[in-house]
Design a protein around this ligand. Sequence first.
Ligand SMILES: [Zn+2]
Length: 530
Amino acid sequence: MKKRFYITTPIYYPSAKLHIGHAYCTTLTDVFARYKRLRGFECYFLTGADEHGMKIEKNAAAAGKTPQEFVDGIVEGFYKLWDLLKISNDDFIRTTQERHTKVVQDIFSKMLANDDIYLGKYKGWYCKECEAFWTDTQAGPDHLCPDCGRPVQMAEEEAYFFKTSKYVDSLMKFFDENPKFLVPESRKNEMINTFIKPGLDDLCVSRTSFSWGIPIRENPKHVIYVWLDALTNYITALGYDSDHPELFNKFWQDPECETIHILGADITRFHAIYWPMFLESLGLRKPDREFVHGLLMMKDSKMSKSKGNVVDPYPLVERYGVDAVRYYLTREINFGSDGSFAPELFVERINQDLANALGNLLNRTVSMINKYFDGVVPGYKGRINEVDGNLEDLTKLTIESYERLMDDLKITDAIAQVNELVNRANKYIDETEPWALAKDPEKKANLESVMTHLANSLYVAGMLMKPVLVTASDKLFDQLGVTGDLLNYDKIKQYGIVSGLKVEKKDQLFPRLDAAVEVEYIQSLMANNK
Ligand SMILES: [Zn+2]
């Protein structure tokens, strides 16, 4: 087990407002970071904005703003959304910041000096109107500009290229020696078969057709193009090549730190092929893991802004609370597979898992401890009732499997285990029938045992849910009387430690939603966002 963790989201492109796909990736990364911190590890969590490029330059001009003013406005919205979703990032990098631009210029100079970058000619489909180059795929079979729809012509311009050929063999060796580098593993074969085996072209790393980018010192009519600018954020944010490389040494170069990039499938090629090559060219460590999450779809279409029907995360969080939205994203969409956002499923998840299962378990347990034991959790006496052992064993097993799954980034499965524990505890109430035990003075020990086991299940479930339910877990602890030392994660491993806690009944953790009303409300949000 490594000592420290560095975990990143991709840096998002501020050409438009963020949608729930961005919220999904960032929330899941946040859950992992919070989990590691909860377990007592040092964890550095980075997110940010990728602010250069032709599209920003054009959108800014259309809005009558300078590109910097334009991105400043949009990035304000990024901050707001991450704040609303209680994202616990340690830093936010913007590729227009000097700490980034200066270092990217240095990186370019280094690569140029050691002959990894050379000046050549870039050929592509050119739109005169937009002054933009497009690839074969973008221009399509009719050779039309994807932005303005006008015909494009094959043209060439002077550009710098990164020599990928120099690093292909070493990349293949790296893949072989690090089978867990790219997760899911199918992505590795996809990279090899689709891009490497057919022969990898050198990567174009500069443009002269627009100017909103980092100029190349040696030839300032060129700006550095996309990936060399964007991917390097992961090290510039840590102070690579600066006067303060402490974080970089601690969270990147030290083999005791595990470096994890979370990313979407559309950018896997750049992260899995070019990024390790850039790092090797600079003589730096490569990341330990790259985790590719699936696409979040709306009903039956792939989710992207242009296709409409995208749900805006802001009103969703405002109406249902941060925990409900974080829970849905974590639990409903298997991390690593494609998933979908459907209003019916969203409401059902909240009602079933949060209101009926977890909220109800807390409500019933606190009420009974109040009623039968004046609000104090009875002392732990072991396994008195026939099913006590069953619940106790499951609680211990849940902690073990949760940790194993979380460490492996199987976040959805880990949370599903906690759900099962909560469901088991609710069933345990029906099996032990505490209301019947309460009528028989000779069954006092049985009743005490039921209350202790229930309180213990809630204590464990509350702790394991903490990375996801960032406010409701604290409310649960508050009602259960969990304070001080018991707030340390490792205490959940001492079964029965909840004895003596003073419970206090407060508001429902998650009020039950009226399904018909809420589904209609969310559908209207989606329709308005088209
Ligand atoms: Zn055009």
